[in-house]
Design a protein around this ligand. Structure first.
Ligand SMILES: Nc1ncnc2c1ncn2[C@@H]1O[C@H](COP(=O)(O)OP(=O)(O)O)[C@@H](O)[C@H]1O
Ligand SMILES: [Mg+2]
Length: 251
């Protein structure tokens, strides 16, 4: 841990590129999450044992005590979720790039979330506008990024709306765009950049980490993520990824 910290902030730190610093910080956060996980699971077990002790000592546990224990359980669960998010964070630095058919991948994400959409009577549609160049990307991470965006869109719509996923590319075939649009309430104009901050959430059960992680994944792929409001209402998140170079020698 100290070595990682020294690497990240030590005297050599100023010579590190932005990318290297990002890598180090992600590894550091992943490592911290990993180390927090063990005492956290031990806490889970001991709270449970405490509950059993209490039940034995005092069969009718007072309501106040029960609710305090419930709060502890709830908060431990929340910590657990945060730790899991950070553990995943450690991953985007270890990209496993391979040629990716982004249209197919977007189709896969839509099928994955179709039951969610159906359950809230929301139309989930995919449009792919060919030609789409092949991407060199980490497919599972791009899936995670897209899942985050589509889930947010579904949550914003709530009931009986529309979520559209649109895959397109620049005419020069240099870049691919994946847009996730919804018919939800949109985002307050002064919050358009805040939504990417870690822990920013307007949801009771939200972690506020989804968009942040999505942005980390995109930046690890030298891509970008942008939020906007649609003129007709609702939000649109656009994910931009560079296409695979056709001739890597000429660079
Ligand atoms: N499609 C969307 N429409 C409206 N607001 C959104 C949308 N996607 C994200 N947001 C806003 O951005 C916040 C952060 O999103 P996210 O990082 O995924 O965390 P979470 O979903 O846990 O709240 C959300 O709580 C919400 O306020
Ligand atoms: Mg989210």
């Amino acid at each position: 841990m100290e070595k990682l910290l020294a690497d990240a902030f030590g005297q050599d730190g100023e010579y590190l590129t932005h990318e290297q610093k990002h890598r180090l910080l992600s590894r550091l956060l992943g490592r911290m999450a990993h180390e927090i996980r063990n005492p956290l699971s031990s806490l889970h077990v001991h709270v449970q044992l405490l509950e059993e002790d209490l039940a034995r000592l005092q069969p009718a546990t007072p309501a106040g005590t029960v609710s305090r224990l419930e709060i502890i359980h709830g908060e431990l669960h929340r910590l657990d979720n945060i730790v899991k998010h950070f553990l995943r964070l450690a991953r985007p630095t270890d990209l496993d790039p391979a040629p990716v058919d982004i249209g197919r991948l977007a189709g896969h994400v839509c099928e994955l979330l179709r039951p969610e959409a159906d359950a809230q009577s929301t139309e989930l549609s995919l449009e792919v506008r060919p030609p789409i160049p092949v991407l060199l990307a980490d497919g599972s991470q791009i899936v995670q990024a897209l899942v985050n965006l589509v889930i947010n869109a579904l949550q914003a719509v709530e009931q009986r709306g529309r979520v559209e996923v649109l895959v397109s590319a620049t005419p020069t075939q240099d870049e691919v765009f994946i847009e996730v649009r919804d018919t939800g309430p949109g985002i307050a104009p002064d919050r358009l950049s805040a939504v990417f901050e870690p822990y920013y959430t307007t949801k009771e059960q939200g972690s506020g980490l989804g968009l942040w992680i999505t942005q980390q994944i995109l930046s690890a792929h030298r891509g970008a993520l942008r939020a906007a409001n649609r003129p007709e209402g609702g939000a649109a998140f656009t994910l931009r990824l560079p296409a695979a170079r056709k001739d890597p020698a000429s660079g």
